[in-house]
Write a protein that binds this ligand. Structure first.
Ligand SMILES: Nc1nc2c(c(=O)[nH]1)N[C@H]1C(S)=C(S)[C@@H](COP(=O)(O)OP(=O)(O)OC[C@H]3O[C@@H](n4cnc5c(=O)[nH]c(N)nc54)[C@H](O)[C@@H]3O)O[C@H]1N2
Ligand SMILES: Nc1nc2c(c(=O)[nH]1)N[C@H]1C(S)=C(S)[C@@H](COP(=O)(O)OP(=O)(O)OC[C@H]3O[C@@H](n4cnc5c(=O)[nH]c(N)nc54)[C@H](O)[C@@H]3O)O[C@H]1N2
Ligand SMILES: [Mo]
Length: 688
């Protein structure tokens, strides 16, 4: 090589490998090996030694450097210079921004701290950059509390009601299953590292069945695809129980010893013969019968349930019913049998959320709680005795509510209020940041320390900063530390460093081991419920729960069967599952990924398209009483008859008419857990 400096730059001695963790809201929480050269990350790879990651990353996260070094990263504090929502800003100093924000919050708090609302979710799943100093800050302030329901609270609460916690099978055990029901999950897109184990099982002869209204890339690769109507999973589960009971396929011994409330459940299930189930679910009677037979007669039988099932009115009841299936067949007895929806409850003993979040700083105050799924309505509400004060200030971090919350027209109207003071901590000028009074530049995972647990496996991971913060970006923790100082919060917990926080987060782990190895496996029983031992007070799975009763099928708010009058005008059920190359609304602005996804689209069944004169590739208007969304039609086999798939979640400003699919979704909540009902949504589609 002629250029000697270039030669020097590529010697191995200059390459550093840093141990990291993927921060994204995904069950896989991969262990990363980050290659740094001359102070810049040049590569992000999966750790080959971490069993769930096994050296593989998804397409999105292997592009993480492209996201971090994106030309449009926000790298200085920004102050609004145009009308609300215009996205017009001028750069200001940290000093000026923090001083003004502290003064504005201080003035509101002096009147009523509950007029201040934090809004955050899992933009990063890190325990530090998520709810640590931020939670302390809002607790000390006495701000409104946020009910973080946007993703999983219906299924999570339902699962916990049944098993006593968000607990389930070990990820690795799916390799040993002989039957896997992939229920409400597009694993190849959104749980890739589970799919690897399912593939192992498949190669060893297991049967894979996908239960999903959409013919996803996962459904295509399973032996069988049951394309049921959205929101009807509870009926299908009852139908399976009906068959288990009628054919004597129950594990009576397991039920007698480890299940409470089975008698009442039996009565419910007997009302659901396959003929009734088939009509409600839009399946054939043989499909229902065959699934029951396979589930009863194949050992070990596993269910990979995912959150796709619970974004409908009856989502909580459906999860309770499905979670009871392995308790009725005794599938838990065997390695490779059981169910996994979420593993996050296994970390209860390892992590100390109270130490991180310090709810004691509320000092006896009990602020109101607002639901993040109804932010559209809540921002527009006036003060009242029932509601409390009008929301006057909103601090958003790790979330993009203008794009991802349901019923966007209301959300946007709320964010456009001139009298609302909005601060957004972000990497990019998202749809939400465009509505801010201040945007504060946050670091990405390559630039800060964090500790991670997972909801899809049972390892704790550390993320070491690989490079110094870009520009003037600061970690969320540091931004809240500096705000706390300016608010005069004197408690020593507001000066804890990130390393101190990391140790507080997982107090019982060997921190040095975690730090060096990058990850540590929890010490858990191999077969958690082989002999009962559920996390409920009496150790038994609960079919009947005080306050919730016995689970039953709860029909959707909006479907042709449950709302025939509405269906006259809006006859198509719309679901809006994630696009494979985006992570909710993250990565939509990464060009290489956006070009794979192409543009916002809605998938239609050929018959539904034909009667509307819609051909493949034309622009269409998808609409209902809540709003209208312009996108491209894709006509083909991914959509089942009567259901359209509006893949999410595009940035509004990158869509054809400045809207996205959440223009159509409603703010109605699930039966359990107060969750959103994104997939419970009737629409009509017409040529634009
Ligand atoms: N690539 C990618 N990965 C992701 C995400 C992403 O946006 N992109 N999102 C992440 C997040 S936040 C989460 S919560 C997780 C888990 O996210 P999940 O919600 O499990 O996401 P999916 O795997 O897409 O599963 C949803 C599937 O459920 C189907 N579905 C919709 N309605 C119904 C129904 O009523 N019944 C049944 N049986 N199926 C239904 C959809 O067609 C879709 O295929 O994925 C994470 N992983
Ligand atoms: N129609 C429809 N809507 C949906 C869904 C659907 O399936 N259909 N899925 C729902 C689900 S499951 C979920 S979980 C929600 C997700 O909604 P959100 O939790 O809002 O997730 P994202 O859209 O990924 O936005 C996260 C934002 O956090 C920012 N961020 C990431 N890391 C950091 C950090 O360290 N610091 C700061 N300050 N910011 C950071 C990112 O830049 C990104 O803009 O969306 C929901 N919305
Ligand atoms: Mo989610």
């Amino acid at each position: 090589m002629s250029n000697t400096t270039a030669t020097a730059a590529v010697t191995a001695a200059d390459l550093q490998i840093i141990r990291g963790a993927c921060p994204h809201d995904c069950p896989d929480t991969c262990a990363l090996k980050i290659t740094v050269q001359a102070g810049r990350v040049i590569k992000v790879a999966g750790d080959p030694d971490h069993p769930p990651t096994h050296g593989a990353l998804c397409t999105k996260v292997s592009r993480y450097p492209e996201r971090t070094y994106h030309a449009e990263r926000v790298l200085t504090p920004l102050k609004r210079s145009g009308p609300k929502g215009s996205g017009q800003f001028v750069a200001v100093s940290w000093e000026a921004a923090l001083t003004d924000i502290a003064a504005r919050l201080g003035a509101i708090a002096a009147r009523d701290p509950e007029a201040i609302l934090p809004y955050s979710y899992a933009g990063t799943m890190g325990l530090l950059q998520g709810e640590s100093i931020a939670a302390r800050f809002f607790h000390k302030l006495g701000a409104s509390l946020l009910d973080r329901t946007i993703c999983s609270s219906a299924g999570g609460e339902a699962l916990a009601a049944t098993y006593g916690g968000k607990l389930g099978m070990h990820l690795e055990h799916y390799a040993d299953s002989r039957l896997i029901l992939i229920w409400g999950s597009n694993s190849i897109a959104s749980n890739l590292h589970f799919w690897t184990f399912a593939q192992q099982a498949k190669r060893a002869g297991a049967k894979l069945v996908c239960i999903d209204p959409r013919r996803t890339e996962t459904a295509e690769k399973c032996h069988q695809h049951l394309a049921l109507l959205p929101g009807t999973d509870g009926a299908l589960a009852l139908g399976l129980m009906h068959e288990l009971i009628q054919h004597g396929w129950l594990d009576e011994d397991y039920i007698a010893r480890h299940v409470d409330g089975f008698e009442a459940l039996r009565d419910k299930a007997l009302a659901w013969p396959p003929e009734r189930v088939a009509v409600v679910c839009g399946l054939s009677v043989d499909e229902v019968r065959g699934l029951a037979r396979d589930y009863a007669q194949t050992r070990p039988a596993a269910i990979r349930l995912n959150y796709g099932v619970q974004r409908v009115r009856g989502g909580g009841n459906a999860v309770r019913l499905i979670a009871l299936l392995p308790c009725l067949t005794g599938a838990w007895r065997q390695r490779g049998g059981g169910l996994l929806l979420s593993a996050s409850g296994w970390f209860k003993g390892a992590r100390d959320d109270a130490a991180l979040q310090r709810p004691d700083l509320l000092a006896g105050r009990r602020p109101r709680t607002l639901n993040m799924a109804t932010v559209g309505d809540d921002l527009l509400r006036s003060a009242s005795a029932e509601f409390g004060p009008r929301v006057e200030a909103l601090i958003v971090y790790n979330s993009n509510p203008v794009a991802i919350a349901p019923d966007s027209a209301k959300v946007v109207a709320g964010f456009q209020r001139e009298d609302l003071f909005t601060v957004v901590l972000e990497h990019f000028l998202t749809d939400t940041a465009d509505h801010a009074d201040y945007v504060l530049p946050a670091t990405t995972q390559l630039e800060h320390l964090d500790v991670h647990t997972s909801y899809g496996h049972t390892y704790v991971l550390i993320n070491h900063p690989a490079v110094a913060p870009l520009g003037q970006a600061k970690p969320n923790t540091q931004i809240f530390r500096e705000l706390a100082a300016r608010m005069g919060f004197a408690e020593p917990c507001f000066t804890d460093s990130d390393e101190q926080l990391a140790r507080q987060a997982v107090p019982r782990l060997d921190f040095e081991q975690l730090s060096q190895q990058g990850w540590v496996k929890l010490d858990l029983p191999e077969l958690p419920f082989a002999d009962g031992g559920f996390a409920t007070p009496n150790g038994r799975a609960q079919a009947e729960v005080p306050g919730l009763g016995v689970p039953d099928f709860v029909p959707p708010y909006e479907s042709t069967q449950s709302a025939p009058a509405l269906a006259q005008r809006y006859p198509l059920a719309m679901i809006s599952p994630p696009a494979r190359h985006f992570l909710n609304s993250s990565f939509v602005n990464v060009k290489s990924l956006r070009s794979i996804e192409g543009e916002p689209l809605v998938e239609l069944h050929p018959d539904d398209a034909q009667v509307r004169g819609i051909s493949d590739g034309v622009m269409v208007r998808v609409y209902n009483d809540r709003g209208s969304y312009l996108c491209k039609a894709t006509v083909g086999a991914r959509a089942r008859l009567g259901v359209v798939n509006g893949l999410g979640v595009w940035w509004r400003k990158l869509g054809a008419a400045g809207t996205n699919v959440n223009e159509l979704t409603s703010q109605r909540l699930t039966d359990i857990g107060r969750g959103p009902t994104f997939y419970d949504c009737l629409v009509e589609v017409a040529r634009a």
